[in-house]
Design a protein around this ligand. Structure first.
Ligand code: NAP
Length: 273
């Protein structure tokens, strides 16, 4: 039987690092810690080695299609396919960041939405039967965070395509450039990016329904990492719990869902939990 392969993006620190740690302990196959920066990634691998864990390493910058292609060809050539993909890498500007909203919108959407989309477009063709994809979203990715009812209706429309969703994400960036975004989209590019990612996860599941592949979005909880300036209340291992549950343990019936940090399936277009 082929060796199973699990991959985590942005695995060099924070929740991604703890997801790699958890997979190393429990996944029946090889685990790839990937990072955009080779030094940060190999240092993280060395740290796990000290714990007696042995993840493999590969460079992967999710905003660079060439980097994703090199990684895809490497995995395909060496293992034939992929069994677990955890799309964890993301960025968040701090509340007091000096960058104008237009810059924040473009950069946040580039990493948190468009880079996940291109990672999936390039890696989904090598997913094997039974594969699980975990898109690390956020409580910010709940649909109720979008003020406009019209936009919410479009985002939850079960016939929404990826191209239409990507157009909506581009419309947000344009609105941010004109400074006309707030009334319809709210004030946070991070929120828009994570709502977009959650909507994307549901479309991806619909497109994969004829295959034995599960895609879910997850809110890891409020976690003590660089992203939260270490204000989060959960440890990185606690934050990794729900993503690991979806990658390894969730029943096959859990697909196309938005799952909370306590493993509960949450109604994405219902009231905010
Ligand atoms: P973090 O500590 O800031 O780590 C983010 C990781 O993403 C880093 O490894 C970073 O790499 C990587 N990354 C960023 N851009 C990348 C790119 N273009 N290519 C590859 N890797 C890239 O954040 P975290 O708190 O662990 O967050 C992990 C995930 O959980 C994110 O999706 C975040 O939105 C989500 N989340 C976090 C919280 C929380 O409370 N922490 C709550 C809800 C959701 P570098 O080290 O090179 O920058």
């Amino acid at each position: 039987m082929a060796t199973k392969v699990a991959v985590v993006t942005g695995g060099n620190k924070g929740i991604g690092f703890a997801i790699v740690r958890g997979l190393c302990k429990r996944f029946d196959g090889v685990v790839y810690l990937t990072s955009r920066d080779i030094n940060r990634g190999t240092n993280a691998v060395a740290e796990l080695n000290k714990e007696g864990l042995n993840p493999k390493y590969h460079q992967l910058d999710t905003t660079d299609p060439r980097s994703i292609e090199v990684f895809r060809d490497y995995i395909k050539g060496n293992y034939g396919g992929l069994d677990v993909l955890v799309n964890n890498a993301a960025i968040a500007f701090k509340n007091n960041a000096p960058e104008p909203v237009a810059v924040q919108a473009e950069q946040t959407l580039a990493v948190n939405y468009f880079a996940v989309l291109s990672t999936c477009e390039l890696l989904f063709p090598i997913l094997r039967n039974g594969a699980r994809v975990v898109n690390v979203s956020s409580s910010c990715g709940h649909l109720s965070n979008i003020p406009s009812a019209d936009l919410r209706n479009r985002l939850k429309d079960p016939s929404l395509t990826i191209n239409e969703l990507s157009d909506l994400m581009r419309q947000y960036i344009e609105a941010a450039k004109q400074n006309t975004h707030a009334s319809k989209w709210g004030n946070s590019s991070y929120v828009v990016s994570k709502v977009g990612l959650t909507a994307l996860s549901m479309i991806q599941q619909r497109m994969l329904n004829d295959k034995d592949i599960k895609v879910n979005a997850v809110h890891p909880g409020y976690v003590d990492t660089d992203m939260t300036s270490h204000k989060g209340i959960l440890t990185i291992d606690q934050g990794a719990d729900a993503p690991l549950f979806l990658a390894l343990d969730a029943p096959d019936s859990v697909k196309g869902q938005y799952v909370w940090s306590d493993r509960r399936i949450v109604n994405w277009d219902g009231p905010h939990p």
